[in-house]
Ligand binder design. Structure first.
Ligand SMILES: [Zn+2]
Length: 90
């Protein structure tokens, strides 16, 4: 469901343009997002992005990046409270 939505967003931004680093034409591909907080880390791979074939610079549409960030933040809160509960009962 989310994947279908993000695909649509990514397709809209096709032809994002040139790499801000090396001015190479960016291509439609996928990238990874890393989230880390309080010793917990997520690595989310396969995120639709415009990627520079030359230097690897990646651009993820903020309309996609923001809800992914929100998801990660609520997951962090969930995990942190689970950890707190686990250490209280163990
Ligand atoms: Zn580049």
């Amino acid at each position: 469901m989310i994947y279908a939505d993000t695909r649509e967003l990514a397709d809209e931004s096709t032809g994002h343009g040139q790499c801000p680093n090396c001015e190479e034409e960016m291509v439609h591909s996928t990238s990874a997002l890393q989230f880390a907080r309080q010793g917990i880390a997520f690595n989310l791979a396969g995120v639709p992005a415009e990627v520079c074939p030359e230097c690897g610079e990646a651009y993820i549409d903020p309309r996609l990046a923001r809800p992914l960030w929100d998801c990660a933040m609520s997951a962090f809160q969930e995990i942190i409270s689970l950890k707190a509960r686990a250490s209280a009962t163990l």
